[in-house]
Design a protein around this ligand. Sequence first.
Ligand code: BTN
Length: 251
Amino acid sequence: MIKDIHYFEELSSTQDYAINLAKNGAVEGTLIIAKRQTKGRGRKTKSWFSPDGGLWFSLVLRPKILPLYIPKLNLCMSLAVIQAVKEIAGINVSLKWPNDVCFSERKLGGVLVEMEANRDSVQFVVIGIGLNTNLKLGDFPLALRQKVTSLQNEIGSPIDNFIILEKILENYERMYATFKRDGFLPILKDIRKNCSLLGKRVRIIEDEDSESKGNRAIEGYALDIDEDGALLIRPDSGNLKKIFSGYVEIL
Ligand code: BTN
């Protein structure tokens, strides 16, 4: 799957660099890795703390699918990261739908998917992954310290970033092939198994670009992730709701 690797000691953001390469024709399988980022980005234009020690990379894909299926690739990558962490670090991490990798409700990593597409076809997708591998809790800004963790913090020793990267890519390659051949269902089974929200009471703030243009908090029970990769919520009032993307808090 990996056709071209660009490694940097420092980059503003692997995501921005990868998007720029993709706009200029980079092939599917172009991988950008940075030892540190000076302007790492998370979802919703949040900044992403990414000094030396963590694993920060972006991958260019050119899937021949409808743009509407892209959130499923996001979930596949989250699962690839979760399985790699379980296999290499041996700790029980879970998915906080749609894109957070957590250990005991503390954020360990995240996935950011961005694309250039029109209604019917995708020109390119860039999937960015940030994983707090060898960071100490004290390295994080105070405002984040209660909400985050790192692999080193949880297992007590550093981990080889390249071994974990290799495992994530191996897992993702397998899922991407399954996705293209058999669709999303075979992968969804494992996503559900690894999702920490199902059966819990949650508060969710829908993204503004969601179909219902909600952008208000909904409280209720998270029931399932459906075949579109959407989260099904039974709100305290009203009918079952299908959320395509948003920010979720476990209550
Ligand atoms: C999130 O949880 O909000 C997603 C975080 C994604 C961060 C990664 S680090 C590598 C890549 N480059 C960036 O600027 N962002 C992504």
